[in-house]
Ligand binder design. Sequence first.
Ligand code: DQA
Length: 148
Amino acid sequence: MNNKIIIINGPNLNLLGEREQSQYGSISFDKLQENCLKKSKELDLEVKFAQSNIEGELVNIIQDSRNKFDGIIINAAAFTHTSVAIRDALDVYKKPIIELHISNIYKREEFRQKSLISDIVTGGIFGLGTDGYILAIISMHKLLKNEN
Ligand code: DQA
């Protein structure tokens, strides 16, 4: 059976292509989703693409993923820097997790330079633009096949 993964996106990522193009590039959220589905299909991975602007909804999505998905790729967006609840939910998830940021959070404002989830995830990708999503899918595929 194919592995199933979920790509979880936090607040304002639905506005990709419209918000701060200098940080986040020009491709739209729909196009990004299309690219991720295409890459996952090539790798025989089943993928769900999720987005919410609401912290509690993201916690619910992470909790529900425990029994449904073999790995999580998460761009928690602004909640990366603030949410103990999202960190705690991820900490319960015992399978691979990749933290993802489109921009290099360590080169930006001081409040963005702290991630509350980096020390509990498997690994992370940041600063490589929306290509980071494709790289994360490739890495997750390898992690799940034990080829990393
Ligand atoms: C982000 C970085 C966060 O600081 C910011 O709040 C976002 C997106 C990124 O992908 O670079 O919304 O996670």
